[in-house]
Design a protein. Structure first.
Length: 584
């Protein structure tokens, strides 16, 4: 908030006398309502002179007042409404009366169109210049409401999505393509600044990053081109457009990734980097020939992603305590298992950040390197030049490492080198695609790893999934379906009952009913009995002993606990694919 800014006009629009407006400063407002002391305000003003930041932001950062408290204070003083954008019914057609550039510049959003006037939410209602500019652009009377800045920024990101822009660029590209496409001419012109295909791709990436998408799917259908993004593990349609532009998009992406644009009959894999909003994004590209053209899938990896701490993953205390004990050992193998996109790499890097120190040499071998951590030696494999996992691992052992992270156990050669490293005094962390923790040793055996190496090297296995969380704004009690009730009956204690919650969908969650995800985990530590069963390759004895050790602490029980707390839905618990009959 700007302490030197004047009060906004009254709600009906007329400008107040300038002398009266100039007297109203944020500091005076907060002092009058006894939300800050004179000493706190004095210290903040001194800090403002040094930093140049606004007084309101400095008070919030120092913990003197919350964003909500500041907004409510201004609402009371100026006698204007306070609006909670998390629950307010936002309408895209109303909001977009104000262009996105102006909305972000002035931190404002159109909430209601009342015919003669518009209701505008502002994070800084004392900014008279912003008010004047908005009124001039909209050519309407403007009434002001106040809302916390973080709520406003989040709402702007949700509502000013680039779906229409993407569709517009797609339509422009359609016009540039005749029935007989000259791909040579298209390739030559695609690099020119402003070419429709380039602008379309840029908008696709920006919208995907704004949503926090992990993947972008470009899928030619019989009569349309379908573009979808994966958000919180679930695909959402981004746009549908003319199928004729599919070839131009695939060709441009293959050029960016250095692939063979003439080869459309075979799958190809590549990667490239793009710079978006001051962030560098690694893109892993996969193309596959389909009935109606080349299907393209891109995995988006943010270079600036922050490595999460182990105690910020949502791991149950008992499991986290045992996991830390295992990580404290000097040798052995620890595997994190689960399907693609279940957060395995995030868990591994949280573990690395836990044990990384000046006394340890840590080497990671990945495809690709997803996080950057200071103090680590990180190697990215490259199959095109025969820099494979196995080859890098053999060289890694000559680099005197204490801890080795292997991105994935992909084949028997990689598995054997990793197991041998664990036997010879190294701590090895890696991932494996298995259904649960107890089936992991037998997956290694199935790959061809010797039983004695699996039994003597494997220290612990963590299996995990990512579960979508109910939107806290729109979730309500939910009546279980017959399938959901059957699952509950099979896992609940006798006589226990719970009230499941389900998000109905609102503007805060983009109509999905879910907002964010959390990991659920199960941990299996190898002991003498389990080791002997694995050595004998006796699955029945191993499974029986593993079930005893994991009783009540499986993935299913962790999902049930989130349902019990109302944090996720029964539908989501069932979606991640539990088969309770096999587990209990």
């Amino acid at each position: 908030m700007n302490t030197a800014a004047m009060a906004p006009p009254a709600q009906d629009g007329p400008r107040p006398p300038s002398g009266q407006a100039e007297k109203l400063r944020l500091g005076d407002v907060l002092l009058q309502q006894r939300l800050v002391s004179e000493e706190q305000l004095k210290q903040t003003l001194e800090l403002q002179r040094k930093s140049g930041k606004k007084v309101g932001r400095l008070l919030i950062e120092s913990g003197v007042i919350t964003e909500e408290g500041l907004a409510n204070a201004l609402a009371r003083q100026l006698r204007i409404p306070f609006v909670n954008l998390k629950t307010f019914p936002l309408r895209a057609d109303v909001i977009k009366q104000l262009p996105e550039s102006a909305a972000r510049r002035f931190r404002a959003m159109v909430l209601e169109d009342k015919g003669e006037s518009l209701l505008i939410a502002m994070s800084d209602p004392l900014d008279l210049f912003a008010y004047d500019e908005i009124a001039r652009m909209l050519k309407r009377k403007v009434k002001v409401a106040v809302t916390p800045e973080s709520h406003l920024v989040a709402a702007l990101d949700r509502m000013y999505r680039r779906t229409e822009e993407i569709s517009g660029f797609a339509r422009a590209l359609e016009k540039d393509l005749s029935e007989a496409v000259d791909f040579g001419e298209l390739t030559a012109s695609a690099g020119a600044e402003g070419a429709p295909v380039v602008r379309l791709l840029q908008s696709l990436f920006e919208d995907a990053m704004q949503l926090g998408a992990s993947d972008v799917h470009i899928e030619p259908q019989e009569s349309i081109l379908l573009v979808r993004v994966r958000v919180d593990g679930v695909l959402q349609t981004q746009t549908q457009t003319d199928k004729r532009i599919a070839g131009a998009l695939a060709q441009r992406l293959k050029l960016m990734a250095g692939l063979d644009i003439a080869e459309k009959r075979l799958p190809q894999d590549g990667r490239f980097s793009v710079r978006l909003r001051e962030q560098t994004i690694d893109v892993r590209l996969s193309t596959m020939p389909s009935t109606y053209g080349e299907s393209v899938v891109m995995r988006l990896l943010n270079h600036g992603a922050v490595v999460r701490r182990l105690d910020h993953l949502g791991m149950p205390d008992a499991i986290m305590r045992r996991f830390r004990e295992v990580l404290g050992r000097t040798s052995g193998m620890v595997l994190v298992t689960g399907p693609t996109g279940s957060g395995k790499t995030t868990t591994l890097y949280a573990a690395l950040s836990e044990i990384n120190s000046d006394e340890l040499k840590v080497i990671t071998v990945e495809d690709p390197v997803e996080y950057r951590l200071p103090g680590l030696t990180q190697v990215q494999v490259n199959e095109k030049i025969d820099l494979s996992f196995a080859r890098v691992l053999r060289s890694t052992l000559r680099q005197d490492p204490d801890v080795i992270l292997v991105g994935e156990m992909r084949d028997v050669e990689t598995a054997e080198i990793g197991l041998r490293a664990a036997i010879t005094g190294h701590m090895v962390l890696s991932t494996l695609h298995t259904r649960d923790a107890m089936s992991t040793p037998f997956r290694l055996l199935d790959m061809g790893a010797p039983p004695f190496m699996v039994a003597t090297s494997l220290q612990a296995v963590i299996a995990q999934r990512l579960v979508r969380l109910n939107c806290q704004v729109c979730s309500e009690p939910h009546e279980p379906s017959p399938a959901e009730q059957a699952w509950l009956s099979s896992i609940l204690e006798k006589g226990e009952s719970i009230t499941p919650m389900l998000g109905l969908g609102c503007s805060a969650c983009n109509g999905t009913g879910y907002a964010g995800r959390q990991g659920i985990y199960e941990l299996l530590e190898m002991d003498v009995e389990l080791t002997q069963a694995a050595t004998r390759s006796d699955p029945a004895a191993f499974m029986r002993a593993a079930r005893e050790r994991m009783h009540g602490q499986t993935l299913a029980h962790q999902a049930l606990e989130l349902v019990r707390q109302g944090r996720t839905s029964l539908t989501e618990a069932l979606r991640i694919g539990f088969d309770v009959d096999d587990r209990e």
